[in-house]
Write a protein that binds this ligand. Structure first.
Ligand code: CMP
Length: 140
């Protein structure tokens, strides 16, 4: 089915100047960018976005990293967009990511892992709503 998913190029990806490289991988995989926004997350925004991880030991470091510089946030649309984006990203820990994935090719650590992608239909819906109003989304 055609799905939408939320993608974030994290501060390390923006700093490495690989927004275009990552977008190109999305496009070559048949995913369309139907909304996009560059922003520097506040503490509140990062904590809110990652609220499901609030009790995890890595939460404080995650929020610190995600507020360390600008991020590029986009909605991707396409056939099986949620799992397709996860395949393109590779495993959360770059040391475990398959060769040729974004994280294997560009990520350094589990926090500085270049990209975020929604992990299911419900999270995709709520994560898209977190950043975009309906009017911001331009499907075609
Ligand atoms: P992301 O997909 O953005 O969702 C939560 C992030 O927490 C994850 O990518 C990692 O960058 C980060 N993180 C740090 N430590 C861990 C961990 N032990 N397990 C999962 N995610 C972690």
């Amino acid at each position: 089915a055609v799905e939408r998913t939320l993608s974030i190029i994290k501060p390390d990806g923006v700093e490495k100047n690989i927004i275009g490289e990552v977008y190109s991988r999305f496009e070559k995989a048949g995913l369309k960018i139907i909304a996009a926004r560059m922003m520097h997350l506040s503490q509140d925004q990062a904590e809110g976005f990652y609220a499901v991880h609030k009790e995890r030991p890595f939460f404080a470091d995650l929020v610190k990293f995600m507020t360390s510089g600008p991020v590029m946030v986009q909605v991707l649309e396409g056939e099986n967009a949620i799992s397709r984006n996860r395949e393109l990203m590779g495993a959360t820990n770059p040391a475990e990511a398959e060769p040729g994935t974004i994280r294997a090719d560009f990520a350094k650590t589990i926090d500085a892992n270049v990209v975020h992608g929604s992990d299911g239909e419900d999270t995709a819906r709520s994560e898209i709503e977190f950043f975009f109003k309906n009017d911001d989304i331009c499907p075609r």
